[in-house]
Design a protein around this ligand. Structure first.
Ligand code: GLU
Length: 370
């Protein structure tokens, strides 16, 4: 895959669209009280970027952590109950602080609480997109979080890193900045002085030796999911940076003089995905069924040639879908190769599978290769 060799270049006067994801560990203290010092420093920087004419969307975690510090439940709660109770309390506390801090800069903010289901159909995806763009057009800074009071456990974002990636690609952001409690991806444990910060990650770099799935402190995400999100979003054409959220002037320095601030940059692909493929890329969990292809078809799809999925390569199907639904494409070992928007329903797929000269089951324009 070709990659863009440029590093961060936001110094030009062009209007940029930046998504800033802030983790619970940056926003709250270990006892669950809001870290107003960190929040205030970030808001000051976002205000500076905003007043320079750029558009900023904040994806803010911290509701559950903040709610936990605010109340002692009257009985032992199960994980769903505690997530619902704490997020309901913590979200409003966080938003009050954000609103006051941004208000000092005369910036109006808006709360966007969302759920994974809101991205499941193209119509609801475009509806979410429209909401964000209208806010930006009116100079409002959207502050986004998952609606943890209503999300079903089995249909939640893995974490807010995943949500921030979805938002960044949905609104065609120039850049996604993931602010964590470390400076970026290290070659080992960040606490170990022999570990080194990885400055740049390109599409071909293999990070599996370095990144573990262990997570630290509050919040659902760990470095593993941050890395997966960052790679996927960069492969869709958006620049991604992981940096340390409580580092002084981290955001403004990343924009004005990136060399002065430690971070990991995920180099964006120079061949950005189309808008519809970006939606499909993040819709794998809504697949209504799967289509199993033979080894030859699997190899051809993986070859990155612009190919549609034809009935001749299909050996079996699982599930039932209508034309227009999202389906997964798997190889003979059940490994997912692609996700796509089906052009025909499951009954017709079964009827034509194995046959030559039939219309594609998924057209290339609607097929996202994983
Ligand atoms: N939505 C969760 C919260 O606000 C955070 C999820 C995450 O840690 O990524 O507490």
């Amino acid at each position: 895959m070709k990659t863009n060799p440029n590093t961060i270049n936001l110094m030009s006067t062009d209007r940029k669209r930046i998504v800033v994801k802030v983790g619970s560990n940056v926003l709250t203290h270990s006892d669950g009280t809001p870290n107003v010092t960190n929040m205030s420093a970030l808001v000051d920087q976002i205000a500076e970027i905003h007043s320079a004419g750029h558009q900023v969307v904040v994806v803010s975690s911290g509701a559950v952590a903040c709610g936990r510090g605010a109340i002692e439940p009257s009985r032992q709660l199960d994980p769903v109950e505690s997530r619902q109770l704490f997020s309901a309390i913590g979200q409003i506390r966080l938003m009050n602080i954000y609103s006051n801090l941004f208000g000092l800069h005369n910036i109006v903010i808006g709360q966007v609480l969302t759920q994974k289901e809101n991205f499941s159909s193209r119509t609801s995806y475009l509806n979410q997109r429209g909401c964000m763009l209208t806010m930006l057009e009116n100079g409002v800074v959207p502050v986004v979080n998952e609606n943890d009071t209503a999300s079903l456990t089995e249909l939640m974002f893995t974490d807010n890193d995943e949500l921030s990636g979805l938002i960044a690609t949905m609104i065609d952001a120039t850049m996604l900045v993931i602010l964590s409690n470390v400076d970026g991806i290290y070659t080992g444990d960040p606490a170990d002085s022999s570990s080194q910060l990885i400055a740049r990650v390109s599409a071909d770099d293999n990070l599996s030796d370095y990144v573990s799935e262990t997570k630290s402190g509050f919040g659902r995400g760990g470095m593993g999911t941050k890395c997966n999100t960052a790679r996927k979003v960069a492969s869709e054409g958006v620049m991604v940076v992981i940096a340390k959220g409580d580092r002084r002037n981290v955001l403004t320095d990343l924009i004005n003089c990136p060399d002065s601030v430690p971070h990991t940059l995920f180099v964006p692909s120079s061949e950005p995905l189309s808008k519809v493929k970006r939606w499909i890329a993040h819709s794998g969990s809504f697949a209504k069924g799967s289509i199993c292809v033979n080894d030859q078809a699997a190899e051809m799809l993986r070859s990155e040639k612009a190919l549609s999925l034809l009935p001749v390569g299909v050996v079996s199907t699982d599930g039932s879908w209508e034309a227009g639904d999202i389906v997964a494409v798997v190889d003979s070992k059940g490994q997912r190769i692609a996700v796509g928007k089906a052009a025909v329903d499951s009954a017709q797929t079964v009827q034509t599978m194995g046959c030559h000269g039939q219309r594609p089951i998924i057209h290339y324009d609607y097929l996202y290769l994983e």
